[in-house]
Design a protein around this ligand. Sequence first.
Ligand code: NAD
Ligand code: USQ
Length: 483
Amino acid sequence: MAHLVSSTSCSLKISTTNKAFPQRSGHGPTAFPSSWGLQSSRIPYESLVSRREKHQRNFIVQSTAVPLNQQVPTQAGSSSYQHSNGSTKMQRVMIIGGDGYCGWATALHLSNKGYQVAIVDSLVRRLFDHQLGLDSLTPIASIHNRLRRWKSITGKNIELYIGDICDFEFLAESFNSFEPDAVVHFGEQRSAPYSMIDRSRAVFTQHNNVIGTLNVLFAIKEFREECHLVKLGTMGEYGTPNIDIEEGYITITHNGRTDTLPYPKQASSFYHLSKVHDSHNIAFTCKAWGIRATDLNQGVVYGVRTDETELHEELNNRFDYDGVFGTALNRFCVQAAVGHPLTVYGKGGQTRGYLDIRDTVQCVELAIANPANPGEFRVFNQFTEQFSVNQLAALVTKAGAKLGLDVQTTNVPNPRVEAEEHYYNAKHTKLIDLGLQPHLLSDSLLDSLLNFAIKYEDRIDKKQIMPSISWKKIGVKPKTVVA
Ligand code: NAD
Ligand code: USQ
């Protein structure tokens, strides 16, 4: 198991007493450590995950069969493929990180489309929330209840493998049991602010993400050579160069010679840097071992509902609005709903690619249905529109006014080190060429997001809204949370 955080509150304080993370065991990581070293939590962690003896720590669960009472319409076709012997087989897709924001929506979407789906997840993200005193705006059911509910509504089974992909034994067991045709890898620590809290979280993030991905590459090589890796990268790998951003590669002529090279990477947090390292490892193994891979350089995702999560409250997706895991547009909608000024960091000219969660699931399906060739390292820029932070704030202000909300904006001193006014023009045509039909950010979507935030207003903890993690003040000492 990658090292886990031992803190429980909201405002970050320096602790001089404790190590933030227990050390990894010498025999590979474990899914759930026997002690998380929590300092002051009264949260019943054993109800969150099962605590087992070391040799039993990773376990495999088949979601329980319950009576079918509703069938969601599915579109057949892309979810199956023809074997060389002429028989047709359902594609088997392993979704690593399938309990998270993008992964949960994708698992349901692919299951609904007729793919055989398995979720692999350590549930570490739920643990971060407990340790930092954070919670999703939407109430989210346990993974077991989520899957039971899905089965009861659709009759479709999603297999569940609970464990840490940094534990190769666990991953190997999951691969050999499920035998995936495609692996969609969402299973990383994905918050830039989290990776900038302190040394231990920076190390955790890079260890968890880089070693996890390396293990996935080795598992494919060893057990499922033909398996297509669909890896979630990030647009943030490119940074904000003063030239157009291409999709993965750029053709350069230098001193009279021309070559097509990986597009330069200028990541701006230890999290974003972990993604750069992943991309290099994947590119290398495509070349060296003939692995087929697609790196989806995704922009910032917004929204919460997909066709499948709409079916029942127990299928709710998570919706983060706090200063650690919340992303810009989702945060702004919650802030508007509770009358908190929109937190524009610095000058607000920071421009990024954005996409609706409904397009995330579409893009992943398109990547699976149109796999990379053996040895090919394919890169798609996965976003549909670009906005500056100021533009987002203006859109939310306008949508809020329509609902009678008086939305104000505040320019918070930027806790990050990033360009606040810059050129940004990133290509994003490859997924469109494959058939992506974008859900662009519209007034109606903003209305519905704002209404959603209003619906769950009593769950909002205003103390979690302001950013508390500074890129410049990151230090060696573990920072501890106090309620
Ligand atoms: P999330 O934190 O909601 O979900 C990640 C999931 O992975 C969690 O359920 C977590 O428990 C699991 N996980 C983490 N480390 C693991 C490990 N070692 N073994 C097994 N499971 C592990 O994150 P998300 O927002 O769904 O993001 C998913 C992926 O998409 C990430 O790789 C992220 O970098 C990428 N991405 C996200 C966004 C966004 O706006 N959310 C944008 C671009 C890219
Ligand atoms: N920002 C604000 N105010 C806020 C929150 C953010 O001005 O309240 C600014 C940030 O400074 C940044 C921009 O908005 O310039 C985007 O920040 P974010 O928190 O929405 O997103 P980011 O930290 O970049 O990370 C998110 C996901 C990450 C993913 C990344 C895609 O958490 O997993 O990789 O989006 S990208 O931005 O393209 O790298």
